[in-house]
Design a protein around this ligand. Structure first.
Ligand SMILES: CC(=O)CC(=O)O
Length: 658
């Protein structure tokens, strides 16, 4: 495959002062003092961290002074995946580690939205609200292990509700309110929630969206709900009429209560995130208190280099794992910054203005946002005082070299650019940034500590400087504990371990460079990942093929070599039906309403047949490979198709486009 990324000269090199002051340097110093270990550089540290897994993770336990009401009796039960069990015997609570940072010296959160000016939320207020809400949850009958779900934007109430839920040992799961009814019910129905938090509505891009009708529908679709807590967000006094078991946010905060933390086993579920596969319902991925605690402390302290008092931002919604990662910023004594609204409203300057007024230290975003700023020709470095900014983080899709250069030319040339890649499945990054390493435009600086990431060929042999499958050969504490409703772990195994037994295959194409950095080339499976929000193609088919005019369909999401994402939808129509503007508009509107505005296709094209394998599977990955520029013989084996003639259309289509 063409390898468009990677440059010879570093774009940025850390100064000696930056290296000396970096958290990771302090940690390496601590390893020398406390463990007698000396490492030449970060690469040597990484190698030790994956060769001596137990020593590495146990060192983090001590370094971060993990607070456990019962100690662990073994770091890792076995290295076999799936099934590795970490820190057995320990009892702790993720949320307790956040509140041990409570202080009057700095706020806990800063919040801004399209409608609300910058607001500070103090630790005192957060502690008071989480205490009261935990007590209300207990009064509602919520027990450890019960599911509490939220249909809320990225607002302080979402953080409050999540922390209350975690403090009582219940399991959290959230969807952003721009998810349509089908997407939400497909996720929440699987986990049978007891309590729902939902906003009455929200504003996005200057338009108001009433969510009360969706709440009414969710009430019907989620029969296990015993309480619906409505958060007034669009209106000050939304009506609860017709919402059985409905209660207002202010009521559940009314009774003050001391904040206490249920002590749960290390692998007690903390939250459920969703990632869509190629078939079936979205995978309901369960991650645990202890695994997330250690992973986020590691990633945010040693890789993102957050320091006490830093102001940490990632532009995200509650439907993306970066929201959960952002919350983890509170574990590090930094202030987290929440923004709710469209990054393009009223224009693309908005978030840069927010960066100035919040004195942001680290600005995390998606590669597609950087591409939009680039195309719009804005000049944030000239228009705003961004002197507090130390780094820019990018994820969601690969950031091309142009994006790195744009940051240096149009924001500040001394900025550290951390392009990272991981996923919902571990709620973190496999390949990360590191402030002690040089940045090469187009490259992700290094592999995450403790993550034995390799590029494998089809035979399972490691590759250097060649594009292969991103695999992880050793367990990580934040890997899914299990998938909900997957009692024999069949779906879990099929999702990651079917290609290389016992080895995690992530589904991304990666090249590991000789200097230890990496380049990601996008998804090697057919998941649609736009703006970091993953949707299975199956979710899209369910909606598109639900229309009477559409007989069959195929969708692929294609990462373009220099940034951008191309999402064409191919449809087979009922005989006599034409794909006119009105049908196109209806397909788009159905997807916008039921799936999300981010998954509306760029183009809709008519085909006569969907190419399928002999076992009837749609040929998404081969079509994607063709559109990424691979030759026909590398994209597909025609013998394995039930209708090879149907594939010819795509060969023609790709040759015209590429
Ligand atoms: C860290 C990530 O990998 C985020 C994403 O793309 O989902």
């Amino acid at each position: 495959m063409d390898t468009p990324f990677g440059e010879e000269q570093p774009l940025w090199t850390p100064s000696e002062t930056v290296i000396r002051d970096a958290n990771i340097s302090q940690y390496m110093h601590w390893l020398t003092q406390e463990r007698g270990l000396h490492f030449e550089d970060r690469e040597a540290l990484w190698r030790w961290s994956v060769e001596k897994l137990e020593d590495f993770w146990a060192s983090l336990w001590s370094y971060f002074s993990i607070k456990a009401s019962q100690p662990y009796n073994a770091v890792l039960s076995s290295h076999t995946m799936p099934g590795a069990s970490w820190f057995s015997g320990a009892r702790l609570n993720y949320a307790e580690h956040i509140f041990r940072n409570a202080t009057s010296d700095r706020p806990a959160l800063l919040f801004r939205s399209e409608r609300q000016a910058l607001t500070e939320i103090s630790w005192q207020e957060l502690t008071k609200n989480v205490g009261a809400l935990s007590q209300s949850l207990r009064a509602m009958g919520v027990q450890p292990g019960d599911r509490v779900v939220a249909y809320v934007p990225n607002i302080p109430q979402a953080i409050t509700a999540f922390l209350a839920c975690a403090s009582v040992g219940a399991i959290w799961s959230s969807c952003s309110p721009d998810f349509g009814i089908s997407s939400v019910t497909e996720r929440f129905q699987q986990i049978e929630p007891k309590v729902l938090f939902a906003v009455d509505g929200y504003q996005y891009g200057g338009k108001s969206f009433d969510r009360l009708p969706v709440i009414h529908e969710l009430q019907k679709q989620l029969p296990t709900l015993q309480k619906i807590v409505v958060i007034p967000y669009l209106k000050t006094e939304p009506s609860l009429e017709g919402i059985g078991h409905g209660v207002l946010w202010s009521e559940v905060l009314r009774e003050p209560a001391e904040l206490t933390f249920e002590q749960v086993p290390f692998d007690h579920p903390l939250w459920i995130l969703y990632s869509s596969g190629t078939t079936g319902l979205p995978k309901a991925i369960v991650q645990g208190h202890g695994g997330i605690l250690l992973e986020h402390l590691k990633a945010l302290t040693l890789d993102v280099d957050l320091k006490p008092g830093d102001r940490f931002f990632w532009f995200t919604t509650t439907g993306w794992m970066m929201w959960n990662f952002l919350v983890g910023g509170l574990l590090t004594k930094s202030v987290i910054l929440l923004y709710d609204g469209s990054p393009g409203y009223p224009n693309l300057e908005t978030l840069w203005q927010f960066a100035q007024e919040s004195q942001m230290s680290f600005f995390g975003t998606s590669a597609s946002y950087i591409a939009s700023c680039m195309k719009a020709g804005i000049e944030p470095g000239q228009s705003y005082d961004l002197s507090h900014l130390r780094g820019i983080g990018s994820t969601g899709s690969p950031l091309p070299p142009e994006g790195f250069h744009w940051i240096h030319e149009h924001i500040r040339e001394d900025l550290w650019v951390a392009s990272v890649s991981g996923g919902t499945d571990i709620c973190s990054a496999f390949v990360a940034g590191s402030i002690v390493l040089p940045v090469y435009a187009g490259e992700l600086q290094c592999r995450s500590l403790g993550a034995n990431v390799q590029s494998f060929d089809d035979a399972g042999q490691p590759l250097i400087e060649e594009v292969g499958e991103l695999v992880v050969t050793e367990p990580l504490p934040s890997m899914p504990l299990f998938f909900w409703n997957d009692p024999d772990q069949q779906r879990y195994r099929e999702s990651y371990f079917a290609t290389y037994p016992g080895i995690w295959r992530h589904g991304d194409w990666i090249r590991i460079t000789e200097r230890g950095s990496a380049v990601i080339y996008g998804r090697s499976d057919s998941t649609i990942n736009r703006m970091g929000i993953r949707m299975g193609s199956s979710e899209i088919y369910r909606i598109v093929e639900g229309l009477p005019e559409v007989l069959d369909s195929l969708i692929v999401g294609v990462e373009r070599p220099h940034g951008g994402y191309y999402l064409p939808l191919f449809v087979v129509l009922r005989p006599g039906v034409e794909l006119d503007d009105s049908l196109k508009a209806r397909i788009k509107s159905e997807l916008r309403t039921h799936i999300s505005p981010h998954h509306v296709p760029d183009e809709i094209l008519v085909i006569s047949e969907v190419p399928r394998t002999l076992s009837g599977k749609k040929l998404e990955v081969p079509v994607k490979k063709l559109l990424m520029g691979l030759p026909m013989e590398k994209a597909v084996s025609l013998d394995a198709l039930s209708n090879p003639q149907a594939f010819r259309y795509f060969q023609e289509f790709a040759s015209q486009r590429n």
